[in-house]
Structure formats: structure tokens, C-alpha cells
Write a protein that binds this ligand. Structure first.
Ligand code: ZN
Length: 119
């Protein structure tokens, strides 16, 4: 897997949460993500969304996550959500409605795999 980059004091916590999240994916999905994720997971402290994905980069907005005191399960959901966009290889949404469709596809898979937003 791509290495995890962070200058954040909670780096170790997120590193563990990412690993724990990966363990919750079906084995074939986990293995594909680990094999394909060559670029680092990046931690940001200023952004509106909890997370983002682009060109094989996963971004976690730890500033927002920490400010809003998300619990471990909720953080794992954010990580799983962004990793699933990555797993599906979704391109940046260009057409109207494309983003909504991508979000629906991700949410459906997460539900199937047993991830829930709230504990
Ligand atoms: Zn999304």
C-alpha cells in the first residue's frame, strides 16, 4: 500500500484506523486496494469535506474530523467511503448527476460490506 503521510499529531491514531478499516473490507477488495494504492494517503487540516479522492490519492481532513469529534466508527466510515471511490476507479465527475451516481454506488457497497455511519 502507498505510504501514509502526515504531519499531524494524531497520525498514529489515523494510521491504525486506516488499517482497521481495511480489515473490514472483503478480502479481495482489501487486496486490490492495497495493491493499487501506490500514492500516499494525505492528511489535511483545512477543507470542507471529511475526505476526498482524486487520481488515486485519498485525502482525510483530520482538522474537520477532530473538530467535530467523530468517533472511531465514523472515521472508519469516512476512510471506507473514500477508499471505495478509489476501489471503483471513479473519474472526477464531469457531467450533471455523475457525482450523485458515484455517491450512490459507494453508499450501496458500503452498506453491503457492513459499514454504517453511526455506531
Ligand atoms: Zn463520496
Amino acid at each position: 500500500m502507498g505510504k501514509i503521510v502526515a504531519s499531524d499529531p494524531s497520525h498514529e491514531r489515523y494510521k491504525k484506523l486506516i488499517q482497521d478499516t481495511l480489515e473490514r473490507f472483503p478480502r479481495d477488495v482489501k487486496e486490490k486496494i492495497e495493491a493499487d494504492l501506490k500514492k500516499p494517503i494525505i492528511f489535511l487540516i483545512s477543507q470542507n469535506e471529511y475526505g476526498a479522492h482524486d487520481e488515486g490519492i485519498i485525502v482525510l481532513n483530520t482538522g474537520k474530523i477532530d473538530n467535530e469529534e467523530l468517533c472511531d466508527n465514523q472515521i472508519q466510515y469516512v476512510i471506507a467511503h473514500e477508499l471505495t471511490h478509489f476501489y471503483l476507479g471513479q473519474p472526477p465527475p464531469m457531467k450533471p448527476g455523475m457525482r450523485e451516481q458515484q455517491e450512490t454506488d459507494v453508499e450501496q457497497l458500503l452498506k453491503k460490506w457492513g459499514f454504517t455511519k453511526n455506531p
